[in-house]
Design a protein around this ligand. Sequence first.
Ligand code: NAD
Ligand code: MG
Length: 503
Amino acid sequence: MTTATNGSRTAVDDAQGHGRLAGPPVSEWAAAFAAYAPAPESVKVEIAPAYGAFINGRFVETSATFETVNPATEAVLSRVAACGEEEIDAAVAAAREAFPKWAALPGRERGKYLFRIARRIQERARELAILETMDGGKPIRESRDVDIPLAALHFFYYAGWADKLKYAVPGREPKPLGVCAQVIPWNFPLLMAAWKLAPALACGNTCVLKPAETTPLTALRLAEICQEVDLPPGVVNIVTGAGETGRLLVEHGGVDKVAFTGSTGVGKRIAKAVAPTKKRLTLELGGKSANIVFADASLDQAVEGIVQGIYFNQGHVCCAGSRVLVEESVLGEVVEKLKHRMSTLRVGDPLDKNTDLGAINSRAQLDRIEHYLGAGREEAGGFWQSPGDVPTKGYWCKPCLFEGVQPSHVVAREEIFGPVLAVMSFRTPEEAVARANETPYGLAAGVWTDKGSKVRWVAKQLRAGVVWMNTYNRFDPTSPFGGYKESGFGREGGAHGLMPYLG
Ligand code: NAD
Ligand code: MG
């Protein structure tokens, strides 16, 4: 058994943020959660040496397994089932068998199960936060104040929709689709599981979910929660494994709907595989989002927003503001303030509540980031990285930026998915919009200005699913999220998030 405790004080104590990389609206959630969660000192997280897959309400051992490691220490945390054809067949069959009964339950009864799941996530919030941080490397403050509370809120929110579906699609009787194959990435493991499962279940579908191979542990805790709330067997199945497991799942003939969040490359492959079938498909893919700073903005706030936009979760964020476009007249001032602020960010032990940037999720992701740092140095120049040491073990990348980036440079075009910012400039609002849209992606954008009319004009021109005004990386279960162009299609969150799961 591996055990760990989280030595932080209460969530309310540091909800004030005090100028740290505080993240989305922490204070309300943290305060609400403090009422449920046990004292942090008393939370012990037990990690079993091995976990089976969760199929038909039971944990099932497999002959093949793989390791999941703590990217901050490189220690192996556990061995997890590597699901193959046999397990995928069994999971899809269980979901298929559970479907008619689950779909026939009155919406309010399905809602009750979702409410119970939400409450159990709250009750086990500290344990889930610690586990998320150990398995994936993100700072405990983020898992504790953002990921886990938001995961619970998604279940609460869609629990409320379960008996009101006819109001979501006026004029017709909404019907669930059947068995949903859901594949998620490693950057927000439990939260992405909630984004997928909550709306699907509320609508009366049954699910087979595959977490990412580097971060399976919180999804398996969620499986325990499904058992604790007596969710009927087969309604939720969790199959662990790498890309091949995901491929087997989305290509399985017993699946009616595929929902994928991950890279654009894999998304394209899945779209091809699903195209000749009757399966419904939604894709949430990559991004290269622009954060636009006008000279009339509050520059100190904008700098906080730039930091929040690209260094939150080590930049492992699909909607990260990885390109900052600054109006030329304030470029020097903004970059100077930004470097000063970046120098104050703490990189290190993700379980320390004062840490701003934790570990890079995996060796493979660190290699990918380092590849881009090399390419950027050669092509763009203007490289700057915050000072300070990082631990000797584990995977680390200190926050950094490239100045003087041109739209043709690789660091301006390709998604790096790390704490790497491309700084560019513009002279007119038209040029800012043109540069922001000059990308195959279209997931998100930010606009910083004190002129409401300018925000509205710019937001209308941007081809991005989400446009934040004078803020960045804020999420709420009630607002839809999703992309344009190569960032995918379909929306998650809000009433829009029900549509991909209704026929
Ligand atoms: P990835 O595409 O390699 O993996 C995502 C998931 O797909 C994992 O669970 C993986 O095992 C699985 N997978 C891999 N190959 C597969 C295949 N052939 N068939 C089915 N499943 C397969 O991406 P990643 O490295 O895990 O995540 C990073 C990427 O995800 C980034 O590009 C990021 O932008 C994107 N992302 C997008 C969103 C969004 O909402 N749009 C959210 C988070 C991450
Ligand atoms: Mg791991």
